[in-house]
Design a protein. Structure first.
Length: 259
């Protein structure tokens, strides 16, 4: 399928690995020029070069911490006019409700709620002027079904979801579609970290924890960054203009719900 976005300019935050890289790669396959971002220069430069070589698109690599005002300013200055925005940032650490203080919550909100909101506020006016735009926020399945050990993430990402619910509908008539992607367990560094934490807590090996979690998913495996990216590219396509303010769950059927 031709997604109809060849030549569009896409900014993908935190895209040197994992789900962000999956989204950037799929958008490049669709012909989008990319602005990619990460905190580490080496990994970012490596994947940016690989995408340029594989897909023949322009790729601008910006080393910056997108969760800081300075990092966002540098990223947005390099990006220029953006047609497609994919927001993404690593999740806060797991723990128990009594472990966290105000500073922990502020850090989580900054990374997983206020940063994507700031990026949207920066690029939406230009999209509105041009009469077309797509925004995809990578959140988490925890906004549908809270994960007890991820209270910081539950809180921050649910706040972002509420902001998107109203904003998406306010500007839909300008040709802009904003949606959220809610990943379940995917084979990324984040999943490895959480498996290690669970293994230590339960006195099991990482392999045992991984097998246990895979068994809890109806498809009996973790998701891949490539299939996640393909869904992201479709939501950013010309064919997705009637999908507005939705929360797309990609969890292999793990959340047992009718609606």
């Amino acid at each position: 399928m031709d997604l109809g976005i060849k030549g569009k300019r896409a900014l993908v935050a935190a895209s040197s690995k994992g789900l962000g890289l999956g989204c950037a790669t799929a958008l490049a396959e669709a012909g989008c020029d990319l602005v990619m971002n990460a905190r580490g220069a080496e990994a970012l430069d490596t994947v940016a070069a690989a995408i340029r070589a594989a897909h023949g698109v322009r790729v601008t690599a910006v080393v910056a911490d997108v969760t800081t005002p300075e990092g966002r300013a540098a990223l947005l200055a390099a990006a220029g006019e953006v047609d497609i925005l994919v927001t993404n940032a690593g999740g806060p650490p797991p723990g128990m409700w009594a472990d966290w203080d105000r500073d922990d919550f502020i850090a989580a909100l900054d990374a997983n709620m206020l940063t994507p909101i700031a990026l949207m506020q920066a690029v939406l006016p230009g999209m509105m002027d041009r009469g077309w735009g797509r925004v995809v926020n990578i959140t988490s399945q925890s906004v549908k079904a809270p994960i007890p050990a991820l209270g910081l993430s539950n809180a921050a990402r649910t706040g972002l979801t509420g902001f998107v619910a109203g904003t998406a509908r306010q500007i839909a008539d300008k040709g802009i579609a904003i949606n959220n992607m809610l990943p379940g367990i995917h084979a990324t560094d984040r999943a490895v970290m959480l498996d290690k934490v669970a293994a230590e807590a339960q006195g099991l090996s990482v392999a045992q924890v991984t097998a246990k979690r895979e068994a809890s998913i109806p498809v009996r495996r973790y998701g891949t960054a490539a299939e996640f990216g393909a869904t992201c590219a479709f939501l950013c396509s010309q064919h997705a203009g009637f999908i507005v303010g939705q929360n797309i769950l990609l969890d292999g059927g793990a959340n047992n719900a009718t609606i």
